[in-house]
Structures are given as C-alpha cells and as structure tokens.
Design a binder for this molecule. Structure first.
Ligand code: AMP
Length: 199
C-alpha cells in the first residue's frame, strides 16, 4: 500500500497537475459534468463564466468591464479572462489540478494556458450536442436560472461565437492527442459514465 502511494506521489510530481478542459457549446452540459467530476476526483471546478458573474455582481472593475460583452453574448477580451484565471489557479486547492469549464475559449487562451501549465497532464473533453437541442436547453435553463444571457437572441449569438472562436479548439487539442469526443445528446448519466471512462 505504501509503495503504491509513493508511486502515485512520484507520478503526480513527475507529470505535473491534472488539467481537465471541458469543451462544448453553451448548454452542452459541460458545467453539470464538470461539477460532478470535480467531486469525484477532488479537484476544484473552475468556471470562468461563474468567476465573471461574481465580478459583475460584486461590481468590481473587472465586472464592470466584462458586463457589456457578456450581455451581448460576446467573449470578454483574452487578457482580462486570462489574468482572472491565472490568479485562481495559483490558489493552493488547485495545486494537484483542476477542471476548467468555459476556458479556454480562443486559440490564444489555449496557448496562454499551455505556456502557463508546462508539465500538466491535459485532457480535453468535447461534449457534442446538435444546435436545435442546445437552443431548447437554453430556453429551459432560462426559466430555471434566469440567466441574463440565456434569451434566445443572446443564446444564438453565443452559439455563433462558439462556432467561430471556440470550436477551432477541438482541432487544437486533437492535434495534441489530448481530445476525447463525447456524444452529449443522451441521458446525463450515460454521458457522465463515458466521460469518467475516458479520464
Ligand atoms: P459561460 O457561463 O461559460 O457560458 O460564460 C458566460 C459568458 O462569460 C460568456 O458568454 C462570455 O461573455 C464570458 N466568458 C466566460 N468564459 C470566457 C472566456 N474563457 N473567454 C472570454 N469570455 C468568457
């Protein structure tokens, strides 16, 4: 038992922290699964959308700058989001790794993350859901959570932004051999099982 623990410890320090990147369009279920994986693997769930919403609510300088972009379904500029994220992942609870939900969203962000986490073991999970299903889910979520950016008009804009700026990340992680594609158009339970099987 002691030897196994020792080997595990060596492996962690050798390969660095575990970074799980949740890709997938708005309402693909990445947040739901990220939360569950976080509990199961004891790694913090870090959602840049949640961090930004906290800043908006707290009326911080970052929140004030980010709000306009978020309300329109556009991406907040890379530099702002990166600074916020890198501050978060320096906290001690993230030293063994973390689950990223909503970051990276551009190739520039992915490159910045890569430079920042040189020895990390990175796994990217792409949850694929057809567009019509995503729009239905957004409508349901708006009733449940009342998110300002879940109106059909803003949701459509967010899907466009996803296709243009975030979907290229699928190729980016595929080329690095770090990508796992999951069919997200099934029950939450079967999607979750498949993700855990890949991790
Ligand atoms: P989410 O909760 O992940 O859907 O994010 C909500 C909104 O926050 C997005 O529509 C963007 O305006 C902003 N946002 C979240 N993460 C990022 C990111 N990595 N880069 C730029 N903007 C982001």
């Amino acid at each position: 038992m002691k030897i196994v623990l020792l080997l595990l410890l060596c492996a962690t320090s050798l390969f660095g922290e575990k970074v799980i990147v949740m890709l997938g369009a708005p309402a693909s279920g990445k947040g739901t699964h990220a939360k569950r994986i976080s509990k199961e693997l004891h790694l913090p769930h870090i959602s840049t959308g949640d961090l930004l919403r906290e800043n908006v609510k707290g009326e911080t300088a970052l929140g004030k700058e980010a709000k306009g972009y978020m309300d329109e379904g556009k991406l907040v500029p890379d530099a702002l989001v990166q600074q916020m994220l890198f501050e978060r992942i320096q906290k001690p609870d993230a030293s063994e790794g973390y689950i990223l939900d909503g970051f990276p969203r551009t190739i520039a962000q992915a490159e910045a993350l890569e430079a920042y986490t040189k020895n990390a073991q990175v796994v990217a999970i792409d949850i694929e859901v057809p567009k019509e299903e995503l729009l239905k889910r957004v409508a349901v979520r708006q009733k449940a959570e009342g998110r300002a950016d879940d109106t059909q008009e803003v949701a459509k804009k967010r899907l466009e932004v996803y296709a243009e700026q975030t979907a290229p990340l699928i190729e980016y992680y595929k080329a690095k051999g770090q990508l796992h594609v999951i069919d997200g158009n099934r029950t939450v339970e079967s999607v979750y099982k498949e993700i855990m099987g890949q991790l």
